[in-house]
Design a protein. Structure first.
Length: 458
């Protein structure tokens, strides 16, 4: 049977696919870097050409500055001649000004620029040296593999290499929400009711009939009522505090009672000798158990499943919140020599004004330790960098939360860093861009997904 060999082939192909995917991410980043370098070189050379041209109004022209300097020196020579009472004709004035040469010259760095643009390996052309030869495997057998050359494109409307994929324009969105509803009911329960019927035999009204208040009523506000089963009214001596003077006779009251309190009653007919029964009813405060309908709002992800991190990937444009939570899952697979971008939410700039980092998250150079920045009033580049580096080739959920005057950075829901300087977080009007990764830094090497932005301002 060929089953073992086929399984081994499929396992090796999967292993090669993973390695090729990581390699292609780095190749795409390289292509982006070369194209960006060439754009900057062209901008520098265009600016140099403008500065070298005379009579320009859009830039500070170097010939114009030199001519203005010469004219000022010629005027100074004439003024000095007047001061010294000497004759100075135009030729002499010109010679005097020429002896005072323009002291500043614009350094065009011509040789440096030439080397950057025209070196054998760094030419901003369709140089074969920028290409890669890779294998493709559209089928199920090793015979389906073939070699293909990928050339770097300098066109603005296509990715650097065909395997990099084109960027999808981002749509303006308000972070959507998924509502989870829990049904409930309201139940009212009367929990404490007690009735005592006791016999008494009073002699001249000086002997009270009393009993201890049941423990279930302690600490509550209790309604006490009596019904005398004789011809005389009953009087609540305790806990109502009645006596038989000044019209303060009553057979019921509502009062708060303490633990260990007693209930004492006696007939109103003082001086009589009789016996009978008194019914005492105690009713505690009714309790209400309420289960209400609740709605939990959870923001939907701006990015779904894990995917390779690519520079200048605009995910969405959203309306931000002063207080927010941003979470994502990342799998580091390599290191970059400089700041490596993961997620960057900004109104359109890299740094460091308010609204340019809401937040921004990078790896430190040559590390998987996070650099987390979030703007606040007076400081657009504040933040909190955890000491712990993320593990390579493992998923880590990263959460950045700005709320209650604090920024917190958590790994897998465990706080790794917090800082209490965010009593006035940035308030941005309009929309902001969500990048993963941004256009200003190296992209982090690895995969990123499950990117969620949750506004917390209600």
């Amino acid at each position: 049977s060929c089953a073992p060999e086929r399984q081994h082939f499929q396992e090796m192909r999967s292993h090669c696919d993973q390695g090729m995917e990581a390699l292609e991410v780095q190749q795409c980043s390289f292509g982006d870097f070369i194209r960006q370098k060439c754009i900057l070189l062209e901008e520098v050379e265009n600016l140099g050409s403008k500065i070298a041209s005379a009579n320009r109004t859009d830039v500070l022209s170097e010939p114009d500055r030199a001519a203005e300097w010469h004219a000022v020196q010629k005027s100074a020579c004439l003024l000095e001649a007047v001061r010294d009472e000497t004759n100075l004709d135009d030729a002499a004035a010109e010679a005097c000004a020429t002896d005072r040469p323009y002291p500043l010259t614009f350094d065009y760095h011509e040789q440096t620029l030439y080397n950057e643009r025209h070196g054998e390996s760094l030419a901003c052309t369709n140089n074969p040296g920028y290409g890669f030869r890779g294998l493709t495997h559209p089928g199920e057998t090793s015979a389906d593999y073939h070699s293909q050359h990928y050339a770097l494109s300098f066109a603005d409307d296509v990715p650097p290499y065909s395997f990099c994929g084109a960027e999808t324009p981002a749509a303006m969105v308000d972070p959507p929400a998924v509502e989870v509803e829990t049904a409930g009911e309201e139940v009212t329960v009367e929990t404490s009711r007690h009735e005592v019927i006791f016999s008494y035999e009073f002699v001249d009204g000086f002997v009270w009939a009393e009993f201890d208040l049941p423990e279930e009523f302690a600490g509550q506000e209790v309604e006490v009522s009596t019904v005398g089963l004789t011809t005389g009214d009953t009087v609540l001596e305790e806990p109502c505090g009645n006596d038989d003077y000044g019209g303060m006779l009553q057979s019921q009251c509502t009062t708060a009672v303490a633990a260990g309190a007693k209930v004492a009653v006696r007939p109103y007919n003082l001086g009589s000798e009789f016996s009978g029964e008194v019914r005492v009813t105690l009713v505690g405060a009714a309790t209400t158990t309420t289960t209400t309908t609740t709605t939990t709002t959870t923001a939907a992800p701006l990015l779904g499943e894990l995917a390779p991190i690519v520079k200048d990937t605009l995910v969405a444009e959203i309306h931000p919140s002063r207080h927010y939570e941003v979470s994502f899952v990342v799998v580091p697979e390599g290191l970059q020599p400089d700041w490596a971008s993961l997620v960057h939410i900004t109104r359109g700039e890299n740094c460091c004004h308010e609204g340019t980092r809401l937040p921004g998250v990078w790896f430190h150079e040559h590390s998987t330790r996070l650099h987390v920045r979030a703007g606040r009033y007076g400081e657009g580049n504040d933040g909190c960098d955890p000491d712990e580096a993320l593990p390579m080739n493992q998923e880590t959920k990263v959460t950045v939360r700005v709320a209650d005057s604090v920024i917190k950075v958590s790994f897998n829901d465990t706080v790794a860093c917090e800082k209490g300087t965010f009593s006035q977080p940035t308030d941005v009007e309009g929309s902001v861009k969500v990048y993963a990764a941004d256009p200003w830094h190296w992209p982090a090497i690895g995969k990123l997904g499950q990117l969620v932005y949750t506004p917390l301002d209600g």
